[in-house]
Design a protein around this ligand. Structure first.
Ligand code: ADP
Ligand code: MG
Ligand code: MG
Length: 868
């Protein structure tokens, strides 16, 4: 079995075996780009390493040695040659890129002898010792686990003693001394000398990469992102090129387009006379890539040309790492760049217009859940005018965020658990802060650039981030943030604008998002492709309007109970509930009638010819009654009846298990006058709007039906009332009466029920509750244990359980259609906005999915992706 591949032997389709970095190094090699040559040890070798009790086995070492020789021949230099050594970087490369999770070792192969050879061969002693001190530190940190800070302190002391601030201010002699000090640190920590044998260094480094696959940071990252733990990581061993050879050398990172906005303009940073992580570590302030044009125009041109080659080749925005060695450009990495949702959409649209992608390919480039970022508010323009800007940092990841500031990840997590909106404020973030970042509305750092840890991770998460805010003094111990003479303490509120980099001194109101520009165009393409209708759940004209703005093609669920709760109506609702006689109840209902009619009129007006599905009153009546004695007394007074009467009624209505109690169509069986009033309100409103919307055709939905006779009974009552309305008005409208499928028995007898129903709408919240027997309201407590103990790897109230609940749905669809070929089928549970459930609904052949207004664009995109 082959465990090692030269770059020349691989290609981009071998990602699973070579990891992302290795596959792309191979691909770049094959398309003729200048890539320092090397080889990749496969992910299979990593897995075998764990099987071999974490040891590198002999055949593997032999294979590594063979490939090492191949590279030596290619480069015309020898590893461990004391006169002019070939040096390597050892780089991890997982299948799915995991930024900052595993560390790279550079300049491997240096020792007390080869460093002299390197100095002689390059005629650059400073460079040789700079490389050596870096190697000792990285090797000790990454491969051995000696704390980095022990070395950093020595470096800082050296600079301080010399009275300089930059690493580049140290000369060859300083660096020589530093190397001695570093070796001393190593010896103190390890009780042995720094390893001198290059091959031993190499093997040890390879092992370190393998074992880093299971370090804590990597495990946390994989858990957070749902990445499998059994993929393993590849190891890339690559000959070094040097950005630290002086002022004609340098190193940098660049995106072929702006990863925050998607703008088609090269975006990147570099440093001259620097190596590796210098650019992202925030030690020196990097320069913008544009300025490379002035420093080395040829190199700049070659760079720009290559970005085009890479984009054309990968058909996507690339994130590139490069090094310039004495004016010669080398490419060290390329990958599809991580980006904000805004950038994802803009790039996808641009790539279609540039002819690189088809619309369908572009649609597949955007993750539906990512759209969430675009649908969330920005700061209200008026509120923003009144706010005071404290300072500006880098606009690292767009969005608007307000919250209470916390200086440590764990404290941010605590506060957010208490329901606070929090902002994480740090000098800079590191992988240990990830959970704190997840729970925060936004992130503010005082150090680091556009490619710092905070910036990269925040963009990946779609979180607002302002990075490198250099006027801000963050004291993580005292928990203060200072800007000039203003001091903010833990828990104080500020606001961040990740699109401009601005930091404001207070909370700021936010405004709603719209689908316009490229986003609008993208969503039009989505509509061209998708088959499923996407409706919204909306109880008010306002929600309906928001849903329309986001492209809803109807209302799949209009809950009437929400209309009952408003302050001016609740007295009449309560009177309706408390009444003992039919006359009293009808009187109260008659007060509610005009209000309901007005509600429906408003919604019809907003939705025009689009379908509107209105559900009859669903919750148990006791939910409308107060619990407190004082409130009960108030009702008694206002109704002129005794407190005891009221209390008795409350007790009568109490149920042990209200979710399985007197609700849904059961209410309409006991009190048909409620359903009659609602049907009348709906039909009267429809007649009223008919002059404006001739095709108006309201759909009335009966909840919680489990037996055909329940539906039949309620329907007869409503039809009778509706016919009365027609007679009174001398005018008719078309209407539909259908049912929810949310009681398992309804799904099981769908063939019967469909004979009475014009439509089915799957109420998957209740259907899930009743199929599993999990209480919607209480199950989150124990479902957390199910997740932690890996009993469940899915959340049944978020994603349709396709195997169980889905089987009921499938049965209902098939049986329902058999007995009623015109049956309209939809889903209105929370699941209607979940991409995987949308895909399932598409496969079931439903007519539409319905979800909350803010998830409509997500469902639309998921529906389009489901057919591609
Ligand atoms: P990460 O996955 O953290 O980005 P990399 O393996 O890409 O780690 O290495 C980080 C940096 O180290 C690169 O961006 C590059 O600057 C430097 N580097 C890696 N390999 C080489 C090499 N062969 N020659 C010069 N620099 C290298
Ligand atoms: Mg790194
Ligand atoms: Mg990299």
């Amino acid at each position: 079995k082959k465990y090692v591949y030269d770059f020349k032997e691989g290609n981009m389709s071998m990602r699973g075996l070579l990891g992302g970095k290795g596959a792309n190094l191979a691909e770049m090699t094959n398309i003729g780009l200048p890539v320092p040559q090397g080889f990749t040890i496969t992910t299979e070798a990593c897995l075998k390493y764990y099987d071999e009790d974490k040891k590198l086995w002999d055949e593997l070492l032999k294979e590594i040695d063979e490939h090492l020789e191949t590279v030596e021949k290619l480069q015309g230099k020898k590893f461990s040659d004391a006169n002019d050594p070939l040096l390597f970087s050892v780089r991890s490369g997982a299948v799915i890129s995991m930024p900052g999770m595993m560390d790279t070792i550079l300049n491997l192969g240096l020792n007390d002898e080869t460093v002299k050879g390197l100095a002689r061969a390059t005629n650059n002693e400073r460079f040789a010792y700079d490389s050596y001190r870096r190697f000792i530190q990285m090797f000790s940190d990454v491969a051995i686990g000696i704390p980095k800070v022990l070395f950093d302190t020595k470096l800082d002391n050296m600079k301080e003693n010399k009275g300089v601030t930059q690493d580049t201010d140290l000369d060859a002699n300083d660096l020589k001394k530093l190397v001695e000090q570093f070796k001393e640190v190593y010896k103190q920590e390890m009780k042995e000398d720094f390893p001198q044998e290059p091959k031993k260094q190499l093997y040890k480094a390879v092992e370190a990469v393998f074992s880093s696959w299971n370090n804590n940071r990597a495990i946390v990252y994989r858990n957070l992102n749902g990445i499998s733990h059994d993929l393993g990581t590849a190891v890339n061993v690559q000959s070094m090129v040097f950005g630290n050879k002086g002022e004609t050398s340098g190193t940098g990172v660049a995106f072929t387009r702006n990863p925050a906005t998607g703008e088609n303009k090269l975006f990147g940073e570099f440093l001259m006379n620097a190596q590796g992580e210098d650019v992202v570590a925030g030690i020196r302030t990097p320069k913008s890539i544009d300025t490379l044009r002035d420093i080395n125009p040829d190199c700049y041109k070659q760079f720009v040309d290559t970005t085009h080659i890479l984009e054309n080749h990968y058909k996507d925005m690339q994130d590139i790492e490069f090094t310039i060695e004495e004016g010669r450009l080398f490419f060290l990495q390329t990958r599809n760049g991580k980006r904000t949702a805004q950038a994802a959409v803009n790039v996808a649209v641009d790539l279609v217009e540039e002819g690189l992608l088809t619309k369908e390919e572009a649609i597949m480039k955007v993750e539906p859940k990512q759209l969430d970022q675009l649908l969330h508010p920005t700061f209200e323009i008026e509120a923003l005018k009144k706010a005071t800007m404290l300072t500006k940092g880098l606009p690292a990841s767009p969005g608007a965020a307000s919250g209470k500031i916390y200086f440590h990840a764990d404290e941010a997590v605590e506060a957010s658990k208490k329901g606070e909106e929090v902002l994480l404020v740090r000098q800079e973030t590191s992988p240990e802060d990830i959970e704190g970042m997840v729970c925060s509305q936004g992130i503010l750092t005082s150090r680091g650039g556009m490619t710092s840890h905070a910036a990269v991770v925040a963009r990946g998460m779609g979180k607002c981030c302002v990075a490198g805010c250099s006027e801000v003094r963050v004291d993580e111990e005292l928990k203060t943030l200072r800007v000039g003479d203003r001091v903010f303490k833990e828990g104080d509120e500020i606001s961040l604008d990740g699109s401009t980099g601005a930091v404001y001194d207070a909370k700021i109101a936010k405004a709603k998002a719209e689908l316009s520009g490229k986003f609008g165009k993208f969503m039009e393409w989505v509509n061209e492709v998708k088959r499923l209708g996407v409706y919204t759940n909306a109880d008010t004209p306002r929600d309906a309007k928001q849903g329309r703005i986001f492209g809803a093609e109807g209302i799949g669920l209009c809950r009437t109970e929400h209309m009952f709760f408003s302050e001016n109506r609740i007295p009449a609702v309560r009177r309706m509930i408390i009444s003992r006689s039919l006359e009293e109840r009808v009187k109260a209902l008659n007060e509610l009638l005009p209000m309901q009619r007005e509600d429906f009129y408003g919604i019809f007006k907003e939705m025009r010819e689009y379908p509107v599905v209105i559900r009859l009153l669903d919750p148990p009546l006791h939910e409308f009654l107060p619990k407190e004695e004082k409130d009960l007394q108030d009702i008694a007074n206002s109704m002129g009846i005794s407190y005891e009467d009221i209390r008795d009624r409350v007790i009568e209505l109490e149920e042990f298990n209200p979710m399985l109690g007197h609700r849904g169509c059961r209410l309409a069986v006991s009190y048909p006058e409620i359903a009659r009033m609602q049907a009348r309100a709906i039909i009267e409103a429809a007649i009223e709007i008919k002059s404006e919307v001739p095709n108006i055709k309201p759909e009335i939905m009966v909840p919680l039906v489990g037996h055909i006779n329940e539906l039949k009974f309620v329907k007869e009552q409503m039809v009778d009332e509706i016919n009365k309305v027609f007679a009174e008005k001398g005018e008719k409208v078309e209407y539909l009466i259908g049912t929810m499928i949310e009681v398992p028995r309804a799904a099981l007898t769908a063939d019967q029920i469909a004979t009475e129903a014009d439509f089915f709408s799957f109420g998957t919240n209740d259907l899930t509750q009743m199929t599993f027997g999990f209480s919607r309201d209480d199950s989150s407590r124990f479902l957390a244990d199910y997740n932690n103990k890996k009993v469940f790897d899915f959340a049944p109230f978020e994603q349709v359980d396709q195997i169980g609940v889905g089987k009921l749905m499938k049965m209902a669809v098939e049986d329902g259609r058999k007995s009623n070929p015109d049956l309209i089928l939809g889903i209105c549970g929370e699941h209607g906005g979940d991409p995987s459930s949308v895909e399932f609904c598409n496969a079931l052949g439903l007519t539409y999915v319905s979800c909350s207004p803010y998830r409509v664009p997500i469902a639309r995109l998921a529906a389009a992706q489901a057919v591609i």
